[in-house]
Design a protein around this ligand. Structure first.
Ligand code: SF4
Length: 981
């Protein structure tokens, strides 16, 4: 009899622990969320090889120091998931997409099908292949694959995740939160968190907050909802969704009004004193520059070095560098001046001062719902922390112009922000406002403030131009640039000569010029419509686009099944690679079964998303600790195999053979530049070089022997002020993290945005937007931050839909990944709409009652929970708890399907717009293309008694696909090392 069915306990707590020799321990890296903690997987020998007994945190790992969360410890149940796919699957001829009718096929057949199809596309019209990936961490490989294929139609999930946070910060301070920078809580006195749910940078953030609070730090959370971090903050400041920008502008107003500023920092390390041309014309709103070519090239969006300042000490106009920062100079931050040629100019800080003049606390109070007095006090508190509580660290450093600073100025005011700011159509300018706020108080890369993590800071604008030459899309030819990058000028947009988009998602077009992460959320809609063209094959990896990863879920499901007049699918071939039977699997023509994170090699490295610490770069790997289930193959291996079969140049030897035997071999030997590879530890033939060096054939073994992580500690003199730190800038260039070693001046004022605006205004001769987009670009490409209402507001009758509706991810689940996890679904098997009691009772909805939630785009029926942890004007729910019936191998009628619901049904992926071919435009930030997830407006009403009991909409039950593991009950009697009955 199985032990769990017997009366004997599974485990005797008073017994001696299991002898150590019965288990082996292997270190690898967690992927139950994207934080990438180090874990130890304890294994016990079973009949078919090692099985996972339990997982704990690796105490020797720099990121989590042994801490593990509920998700991480539950990885064992992901491994044993009933939803695991085990075989390649081909949709049965004649069956509808969505019906999940498949036949199992061999990998060889799958490869043949794909190779034949992709080879034909590549030889005829490569852009008809689109590769879009979800929450993967190997964009260095997937991006390379797309580039070698020759298609610009590639992106990962960032466009619908948090590109506003990344781009808004990078275009302003050269780095961003989370992987590339964060709050220095070790030295901060006040910590302000804005718009952050509990999942991002989870364990490391929690460890840091715990220490910070124990040492007396003050933690303020600004969030519409008081969950997670907000629940343990010293103060929760509720805010109306989409209005953070107004709060930040009012805080700037107060700081500038009261002269609570780090003047010295602004003058030396930002473009605040640089003179902006005020006269109308082709240079209007751009920085004035010295025409002497020996003083450096004119501004091109990437070169800041020959701008001008007005020196109050001498009363003259000087070059900003090095003259303007020489001892004895005093660059003006205010005033209006006239250059020798009669050009009228003003320091950019004067323009910021003018901008925020009307952004009073009273103005912001009416928008945000935060009292004006609280905004004033918050500004004072921030200023006090940054300036009055400041101190100096005895760490000398030398700046980019050779000035030796005997100490480092600490600014103990730290911020952290994430998707709550980003996922609005006004998010880019909101994040710009935050970056400027942090800059005027001198907190950038200062002790106690925001600190970068290698390879950041990048140049402003980063020196990575996205592919933008339509004539370079040629048969059997790699692109001449990566599909993604950071445009600095209209000339770098991915558009055709007539101004239309090159890309299927319209990224980098005039609709969304700075869409640095692509726009996955519009791929299916655009491809179905053939806008700007039809594609042939859409390959999606780890993205649940037929359910919670998409807006307008029901319509997207219909689009995936839509056919043209020749009875051919509008998207002829859909390939889905996933480890689990997600809702999207049902819509695939070809399903490729992926491995779990415990079954494969992975890299979290400097070419992509490392796990660097403030004090130096860190990269890490995953290694297989158990063998792949069934016929599962890592997607990385599939890409390497396809690249070899398709004979991509970077994957093929001069003799026409394969360059790489597989993904581990590729990781070790691929070098984008000499000495630079995917991993920076244990390089060189003998493994004794770090950061840069020849490939080391034994590099994987070295990582395995060292907790799967490599950490490099930089000398203290390189720990801070890295935008301007000469020693660090030279070091970073030498190690290949930067292309140049020049300083990164903070962009209080963005002349990059102004270049786009001038084009929209018809004042420049180069590329100009089509007529219907001129006003849009002119309005939103403002070189100074500003707040505007989310775009959906203008398309909504706000009287009829008075409530903001938002989602958050719970601590215990990540995306849709965990509903198949037997342990985690015990915490969240269904979700409620959380509504303030006043709002709910006014609508006649009881606590626990059923209600209809309606937007102008759709409606859902769900259960309501009364909650004081949300303001009356906002409602919210957990994301991705609701599931389609039968998906993820949940038993028919499971709570997730009957009582869980998705807010996505209420959100449109498009808004109406005159002039576009479809009359629509993406429901996204007009600058970056960030999906406006949190802009939707809703109303609520009670469901009638006969409607209660089940959420709406309901799907036809998804059947089990061939080879899926199934049998959820199996996990209840799972016992590692147990013998099969
Ligand atoms: S926070 Fe938890 S789930 Fe995320 S990587 Fe760390 S242990 Fe894993």
């Amino acid at each position: 009899m199985f032990k769990f069915l017997s009366s004997e306990p599974l485990h005797q707590p008073l017994d001696a622990p299991t002898p150590v020799d019965e288990t082996t321990i292997k270190c690898t890296t967690c992927y139950m969320c994207a934080c990438r903690c180090g874990i130890r997987v304890h294994l016990r020998e079973g009949e078919d090889g090692p099985e996972v007994r339990y997982i704990d945190g690796n105490p020797n790992h720099p990121l989590n120091q042994g801490v593990i969360c509920a998700k991480g410890a539950s990885g064992i149940m992901k491994q044993k998931s009933p939803a695991r796919l085990t075989q390649p699957l081909l949709r049965k001829a004649g069956s509808a997409r969505g019906a999940a009718e498949f036949e199992a096929i061999s990998w060889e057949r799958a490869y043949e099908l794909l190779t034949t199809r992709l080879a034909h596309i590549r030889a005829t019209d490569p852009k008809k292949f689109a590769l879009f990936t979800g929450r993967d961490q190997m964009q260095a490989l997937t991006g390379l694959f797309a580039r070698q294929f020759g298609t610009p139609n590639y992106a990962a999930h960032g466009g619908f995740c948090s590109v506003n946070m990344a781009a808004g910060m990078i275009y302003s301070v050269g780095g961003s939160f989370w992987e590339f920078g964060g709050p220095d809580l070790e030295r901060a006195k006040v910590f302000v968190m804005i718009g952050t749910a509990e999942d991002h940078h989870s364990n490391p953030m929690k460890i840091a907050i715990s220490k910070f609070k124990r040492e007396g730090g003050r933690f303020i959370s600004i969030n519409p909802v008081r969950t997670g971090y907000s629940a343990i903050a010293d103060e929760w400041i509720p805010i109306k969704p989409g209005t953070d920008g107004a709060l930040l502008m009012a805080l700037l107003h107060e700081l500038i009004r009261t002269d609570t500023l780090d003047h010295a920092f602004l003058k030396r390390f930002t473009n605040a004193p640089q003179l902006v041309v005020l006269d109308e014309g082709v240079r209007e709103g751009l920085f004035a520059f010295d025409p002497n070519p020996e003083k450096g090239p004119p501004g091109d969006g990437r070169n800041p070095h020959n701008k001008l300042i007005f020196d109050k000490a001498s009363g003259t106009v000087l070059n900003a560098y090095p003259e303007g920062i020489a001892d004895g100079c005093d660059p003006a931050l205010e005033g209006h001046y006239t250059l020798a040629d009669g050009t009228r100019v003003a320091p950019s800080f004067q323009l910021l001062r003018d901008r925020v003049a009307s952004c009073t606390p009273a103005w912001a109070a009416a928008i945000t719902g935060i009292a004006a007095e609280r905004i004033v006090a918050l500004a004072q508190e921030m200023g006090h922390a940054a300036l009055q509580q400041a101190f100096e660290l005895p760490v000398p450093w030398t700046d980019a112009w050779g000035k030796v600073h005997p100490t480092t100025q600490a600014r103990p005011l730290a911020f952290h922000a994430m998707r709550g700011l980003a996922a609005h159509s006004n998010g880019f300018q909101t994040v710009r406002a935050l970056a400027v706020l942090m800059s005027v108080l001198g907190t950038i890369d200062a002790p106690g403030g925001f600190r970068h993590k290698a390879p950041y800071p990048r140049h402003i604008v980063p020196n990575y131009r996205a592919f933008n030459s339509p004539e370079m899309i040629q048969p059997n030819t790699p692109l001449n640039a990566a599909p993604l990058g950071f445009p600095a000028h209209p000339d770098e947009l991915a558009i055709n000569p007539d101004g239309s988009p090159i890309r299927i998602d319209h990224a980098f077009s005039w609709e969304h010029p700075l869409s640095a992460h692509g726009m996955m959320h519009n791929v299916i809609t655009n491809a179905t419509r053939g806008d700007p063209y039809r594609i042939d094959t859409l390959l999606m990896f780890m993205a649940n686009m037929a359910w919670n990863s998409t807006m307008n879920t029901m319509a997207i499901r219909e689009m995936l099944n839509r056919k043209d007049e020749q009875d051919e699918f509008m998207i002829p071939f859909v390939v889905v690679c996933d480890a689990f039977q997600s809702e999207t699997v049902a819509f695939a023509d070809l399903v490729l079964p992926d491995t779990t994170y415990l079954e494969r090699h992975d890299v979290m490295g400097m070419l992509d998303r490392p796990i660097s610490e403030f004090d130096g770069p860190v990269d890490s790997v995953r290694v297989p600790v158990v063998k792949p289930l069934g016929e599962c193959k890592p997607f990385q291996e599939v890409l390497i195999e396809l690249a070899g079969r398709l004979k991509f140049p970077a994957f093929t030897t001069a003799e026409g053979g394969r360059k790489f035997t597989g993904y581990p071999d590729f990781v070790v030997n691929f070098q984008p530049q000499p000495g630079i590879g995917f991993l920076m530890g244990w390089r060189g033939k003998n493994g004794d070089e770090h950061l840069r060096g020849e490939p080391n054939p034994k590099q994987w073994e070295a990582y395995e022997q060292n907790n799967c992580v490599f950490q490099y500690h930089m000398p203290k003199t390189m720990h801070y002020m890295r935008n301007w730190n000469r020693e660090y800038l030279d070091f970073a260039k030498e190690k290949g993290w930067r292309q140049k070693n020049d300083p990164v001046q903070l962009a209080i004022y963005s002349d990059t945005l102004q270049a786009f605006r001038l084009a929209a205004q018809g004042k420049t001769e180069g590329r100009q937007p089509p007529e219907h987009l001129r006003e849009r670009i002119d309005t939103y490409f403002d070189p100074l931050p500003f707040w505007y209402a989310p775009l959906e507001d203008a398309a909504t009758d706000l009287g009829s839909y008075p409530l903001n509706a938002i989602t958050q991810r719970p601590m215990a689940m990540y995306h849709s990944w965990d509903s198949q996890n037997a342990w985690l679904r015990q915490m969240h098997s269904h979700n409620y709409l959380n509504v303030n009691p006043r709002t709910a009772l006014a609508a006649g909805i009881a606590d626990g009652g059923w209600a209809w939630v309606e937007s102008q785009w759709g409606k859902v029926r769900c259960m309501v929970r009364h909650s004081e942890a949300v303001e009356p004007g906002t409602v919210w729910t957990w994301n991705a708890i609701g599931k389609a019936d039968g998906a993820w191998q949940l038993a028919p009628g499971s709570d997730e399907a009957r009582k869980g619901f998705l807010l996505n049904h209420l959100i449109s992926e498009e808004l109406p717009m005159r002039g576009t071919p479809s009359g629509m435009v993406s429901n996204s930030d007009p600058i970056t293309g960030q999906a406006g997830w949190y802009d939707v407006r809703v109303r609520i009403r009670p469901a009638s008694p006969d409607e209660a009991g089940e959420t709406f909409p309901q799907m036809d039950s998804m059947p089990a696909v061939p080879g899926v593991v199934g049998k959820a009950a199996q996990v209840l009697r799972y016992f590692a090392g147990g013998k099969k009955s």
